[in-house]
Structures are given as C-alpha cells and as structure tokens.
Write a protein that binds this ligand. Structure first.
Ligand code: HEC
Length: 448
C-alpha cells in the first residue's frame, strides 16, 4: 500500500484537474487562481518555516516568495510523497487519534499542489506572523565531555558502536519535574541516540548488596582514563533506573510533554545520559562529540508520567533458547509479538493507564510499524493505535494522542515491525548496534 497521503494527493489532484476543466468551460469559475501570499505562505509558514529558515534544522530556507517559487517542484514532490513535513505516523483517522497539527491536511496538500502546478503567482503581500524555530525556554543545560568513541569489532551485537554513559547531578533543592527537553548532539554524524535515565544512587541495584551509586562507581573505576562508563543496558550493567524521561533520536527537535505532565527528579538523584555512538564504516576515528542536553524543570505538575519501552525482538536476546532472528533475503518480513499489560511491569490490580504518546524505533532495515490493542475480555475488536507505512530512521519523534488509548489488566498489545532483509545474506540478529535490529515502541504513560 502506498502512503495514504500519496493516494489522497493523487485523487485530489485528479479532482482538481477535473474541476479546472469544467470551470474553464464554465464562466462562473469558483477556482480562483492561487497566490503565494494569499494561499501558500500561510501553509508554508505554519508547517515548514519552523525548520526551513536561517538557523533552523533544514538545509535551506522557505521563508520568501522567491525561495518557495524556486523550489516549487521539489516542494510538491516532497509533500505529495509524504516526506515533508516529516510526520511518519498515519494520521487520517484510520489508526489512533494522533495530534496532527504539524502535518498537512488534505486541503493544504491540494493547495500546494495546485499552486506549484500553476503560474506560481505572488499575489498581494500581507503580514504573516513568522513561526520561530522551536526553542525550550527556561532550560537547565548539561553537556557531555568531548568524547571520541571506540568500538569493539569483536562484539557481534555492536561491532561499529560504542554505548557510553555520562553522569550529572541535577541540582535544585526539592523534587522537580521534567516537562520538556531538547538534546543537541555535537557531532550528529555519529550520535545514533541519546537516552536519559534517572537513577537513585542510594537505591538497591540489581547487584546483590550494592547500591546503584556503588555499581556506577565500580563501572567507572574499571575503565581506563576515558570519560564515562560502558553501558549497553540502559544506565550500565546492574544499575536500576527510576525512569527514562528524555530520548533523542535523529530528526527530533524540542520535545514538550503534554500539558500538566512531568517526570520527577530529586536533588540527590543521578542523571545518566547514555549515548549510542555509531562509528564510520571507514574505521577512521571520528571528530569528538559533546552533546548538549537541555531540560526544562517545573516545581509542580498535575500528574507524573512513566515510560515503558517494550521491544520483544531485543528482549529475545536474553531468552535461554536463544534470540529471534530475521531471515535474510526478504523484502517484507513481519516480526510480530503479543504482550500482556503485565509484560510492561504493571500488576493486574492496577487501574487502567492512559498512553500519552508513542515513539516507535527500529534501525535501518525497518519499513513499517504497527501497534494494536486487543481487550481480552471485551468486544474482541482490535484497536490500531500506531501505524507507520514508510519508516525512516532519520525522522523519529514522539507522537501524541488526542484521545488517549487505555491499557487495562486485560489488554493485549500486538507489536509488529516489518523489515526489509533483501540485502542481507545472513540472518539479522537483534542488538544495540546499528547493523542489528530493534522493534521498540517507547510509550509515555500517565502514572495511575
Ligand atoms: C522538522 C523539520 C522540518 C519541517 C517541519 C519541514 N522540513 Fe523540509 N526538510 C527538513 C530537513 C532537515 C531536510 C533535509 C534532509 C531531508 O531531506 O530529509 C528537508 C528537506 C526538504 C526538501 C528537499 C528534500 C526532499 O525531501 O525533497 C523539501 C522540498 C522540503 N524539505 C520541503 C518542506 C516543506 C514544503 C515543508 C512543509 C510543508 C517542510 N519541508 C517541513 C526539515 C523539515
């Protein structure tokens, strides 16, 4: 199936063409010629200029008539194909009630197409409020040291990758709540992701008789004089974390939690930033990275959030009978698993919980992603809550729900990732390396 938007665009443009024909043979045309200022600029300004401006994350600006006119064909192509604006999640109502203000509506898509296929008239300039590039106000900054990653080629689960953790003291006095974040990698060419974990250094770790603080100290001491400590598993082997309130992946900008929600951090917690570095295939040492993490704290929130990151493919690594692997040579290999709510670390006596948002994650072989919910005791009808038809590793983000799906003790979640292994000769194993695969849906959940 092609993307909904592509099909929609094609149908709409066919309809437009018909309309244009009939109007030329009909004097009372309701097809006024479109102009940049009256029709196109309001759309581009609202949905493109936040990134496409000087200092924005896109490589060129789209904030003047000349710039938009010069790129009209590219704009038409990218919007019809659904690449731009980058919004991978299906949002036509067929799956999940997703907050979609940042995507184009079918009418906007049709307007852009009709203008780009016409004389591209300018119209009469009008004042249009400028969309600023997103910024996170009142943020506290943390920065990782200049670091040059090194991989261990002998590790089949991450032969070109290093996972390194860096610790920070959050500061502040009482408990505060993270309500938004913005991570800016210093060398984005090698940062595959950055994930923040909140750790209680005095709390019990997974290592018998040791606190988290002692385990982190031991990991740090065991290393060389390089900064940080190794940490494939979250904040480090044996370290138990309380939450994972921030994650940066390629394509992600400022993240604002839904209004009124926040993730608690106490002054004596340890903030652990895990960075997954992916090294160049050339084997050459890359320029160093120093990642800047900006957190916005508030003293009070209405409700706390918690995070769950189900990944049945990655979790299969820890099964005694050995991991699931993806067979080579398949253009569309669906990997699907069912998870009970208890698999997400909820007990059956807990009330229904609401999902606030989801961030799907796969690596470079990922093609499609879907999450459906099935109420075991209910109607038996499946509720699709997330669907991506054209996965793109470079555009990952949180998608928020307008109507929040609920997980009850009876909910069975079915997670499906479709992979393209046609270029592979050997089975692909799950793992942390960019060469390995994951099938993960990170969920932000309102704490019951
Ligand atoms: C979240 C930031 C962001 C938004 C919003 C965004 N772009 Fe882009 N755009 C980029 C970046 C970054 C690139 C270059 C990398 C790439 O092509 O993926 C790009 C590339 C493009 C390209 C050239 C490559 C291609 O895919 O054809 C076009 C054309 C484009 N954008 C048009 C638009 C239009 C039109 C909109 C609004 C309807 C828009 N963009 C919204 C960030 C953005």
């Amino acid at each position: 199936m092609m993307t909904h938007r592509y099909v929609m665009g094609t149908i709409l443009s066919a309809m437009m063409a018909t309309a244009a024909c009939s109007s030329s043979s009909n004097s009372d045309s309701n097809e006024e010629p479109l102009t940049y200022w009256q029709n196109v600029a309001p759309i581009v300004n609202a949905k493109c200029v936040g990134c496409h401006q000087q200092g924005g994350i896109a490589p060129f600006a789209l904030d003047t008539y000349d710039a938009v006119k010069a790129r009209a064909a590219g704009i038409d192509g990218a919007t019809q194909a659904g690449h731009m604006p980058p919004f991978l999640m299906t949002h036509d109502g067929s799956c999940g009630d997703i907050e979609r203000d940042e995507a184009l509506t079918p009418a906007e898509l049709a307007t852009l197409h009709r203008w780009a296929s016409s004389d591209k008239n300018e119209g009469t300039p009008v004042e249009i409020p400028r969309t600023p590039a997103p910024v996170l106000d009142h943020a506290t900054e943390y920065r990782t040291p200049n670091f040059v990653p090194r991989a261990d080629p002998a590790n089949p689960l991450a032969s070109r990758d290093e996972y390194r953790c860096f610790g920070f003291r959050p500061g502040g006095t009482g408990t505060r709540y993270i309500t938004g974040y913005h991570a800016i990698p210093g060398n984005p060419a090698i940062v595959h992701h950055a994930a923040l974990y909140v750790v209680d250094p005095n709390g019990a770790s997974y290592v018998a008789g040791k606190t988290n603080g002692q385990v982190v100290q031991a990991l740090d001491d065991a290393g060389t004089d390089r900064d940080g400590w190794p940490c494939f598993g979250a904040a480090g082997d044996g370290v138990r974390f309380e939450s994972s309130p921030a994650v940066w992946v390629p394509g992600q900008n400022v993240v604002d939690y839904p209004d009124g929600f926040g993730a608690p951090v106490r002054p004596d917690d340890l903030l652990v930033l895990q960075i997954h570095y992916n090294l160049p295939a050339s084997g050459q040492s890359p320029p160093p990275d120093s990642t800047n993490l900006r957190l916005r704290y508030q003293d009070h929130v209405d409700r706390e959030v918690l995070f769950r990151s189900p990944d049945p493919l990655l979790d299969s690594l820890f099964r005694p009978q050995g991991p699931d692997t993806l067979p080579p040579g398949k253009r569309e290999h669906p990997y699907s698993r069912e998870l009970a709510r208890s698999d997400l670390d909820f007990t059956d006596d807990q009330p229904a919980v609401e999902i606030l948002g989801i961030m799907p994650h796969m690596h470079e072989l990922g093609r499609k992603f879907e999450l459906t919910l099935h109420q075991a005791g209910g109607t038996g009808k499946d509720e699709c809550i997330a669907h991506i038809d054209q996965w793109n590793f470079h555009w990952q983000r949180f998608y928020w729900y307008k109507t929040r799906p609920k997980l009850t003790a009876d909910t069975i979640a079915k997670l499906t990732c479709v992979f393209d292994t046609s270029g592979k000769r050997e089975p692909v194993s799950p793992g942390w390396g960019t060469e390995n695969e994951m099938c993960l849906g990170m969920l932000m959940i309102a704490k019951p």
